[in-house]
Design a protein around this ligand. Structure first.
Ligand SMILES: C[S@@+](CC[C@H](N)C(=O)[O-])C[C@H]1O[C@@H](n2cnc3c(N)ncnc32)[C@H](O)[C@@H]1O
Length: 314
């Protein structure tokens, strides 16, 4: 059983124009420290560098510089970008980083008006990117097993869009029970996406794209092999994205010393038309793949034999 908890129609999301009450504004001090405030008439932002009245910001264009009363310190005021927002918003589950959301939207070809399924919603980070991509004409169904995480996701998404998004349907429950069909794209960010393939095959349209987001190589391998074993899918693609910032100051132009080295791997495949089960393979399976399949089958058989021998737990 699943429960739908957010389908309220809403005003179109607004992320432009002069600052309005209810907007989130990122204030950056001269040392580069950031503070985020939600504008409320009559309210004040207090720092040891002085006081800033929210009314001073309301009506100003995005990208203004404001000075505190008393301290005389200048703050740069900007609306947070989605990539700033997801990294600073409250979290339940670990979020999908912006570099990976960008890959999912681009390589998953999530288009305006698309009908998309995602699980789990977690903290709602990917939901924000998917809603941006499908727009108000699209449909995003986000499933989350845990009610507490679903509530965090709802709060985060609604805070980002300044209210409920008309394309969003948040369901508390197991995505395996999803009864909706006709999805153009399905994105699974969960421990065992290969266990959802019966539902995915029912719910995805022919030609539709499945993307799995998995943190470890055994998960990557399990998903790729499960798709191959079932047939009815294009040859799965597996990849990761590494983003390295650069320090550029005068002649000191070099990669930054630090980067986020690993987040997760992406696996994608497209569903074939009904009855098409064996797509032409690009290449013969390698000896390594055969050895892997034999080892996996042996491990599964051993696990099944152990389970059969174990006494029933009361
Ligand atoms: C890593 S988090 C997802 C983070 C999310 N993509 C984001 O960007 O904020 C994985 C979530 O999947 C949920 N989950 C795991 N199995 C699920 C299932 N079968 N159905 C729905 N949600 C599931 C977990 O409760 C967890 O919150």
């Amino acid at each position: 059983m699943t429960a739908e908890i957010s389908t309220v129609p809403a005003l179109p999301p607004v992320h432009r124009g002069p600052f309005r009450p209810g907007d989130r504004v990122q204030l950056t001090d001269p040392k580069g420290r950031m503070h985020t405030v939600t504008l409320e008439p009559g309210k004040e932002f207090h720092t040891h560098r002085g006081i800033l009245k929210h009314d001073t910001l309301i009506g100003l264009p995005d990208g203004s510089v404001v000075t505190t009363a008393g301290g005389g310190t200048a703050f740069l005021a900007l609306r947070p970008l989605l990539s700033d927002y997801v990294l600073s918003m409250p979290r339940g589950a670990q979020v999908i980083y912006p570099k990976d959301s960008a890959q999912i939207v681009a390589m998953g070809d999530v288009f305006p008006g698309a009908k998309v399924l995602e699980a789990g919603a977690g903290s709602g980070a990917l939901s924000c990117s998917l809603l941006r991509a499908v727009g108000t004409e699209g449909e995003l169904h986000s499933f989350e097993l845990r009610d507490d995480f679903a509530q965090i996701a709802r709060r985060n998404v609604e805070a980002f869009f300044n209210g409920p998004h008309p394309a969003w349907n948040l369901h508390v429950g197991d995505v395996a029970d999803c009864a909706e069909t006709g999805f153009d794209r399905i994105i699974l960010d969960m421990l065992t996406p290969w266990e959802m393939l019966d539902m995915v095959e029912r719910a995805l349209v022919p030609g539709g794209v499945l993307i799995g987001y998995v943190a470890t190589t055994p998960q990557l391998s399990e998903l790729v092999e499960a798709l191959r074993e079932r047939g009815g899918w294009t040859e799965p693609r597996a990849w990761e994205s590494l983003v390295r910032d650069w320090h550029a100051e005068g002649l000191a132009v070099r990669p930054d010393h630090r980067m986020i080295a690993h987040t997760a791997f992406l696996v994608s495949a497209r569903k074939l038309a009904p009855g098409v089960t064996a797509p032409p393979r690009r290449r013969k399976p390698s000896k390594g793949a055969e050895a892997y399949a034999q080892r996996r089958d042996a491990l599964r058989a051993a696990a099944a034999a152990r389970a059969a021998e174990e006494p029933e737990q009361s």
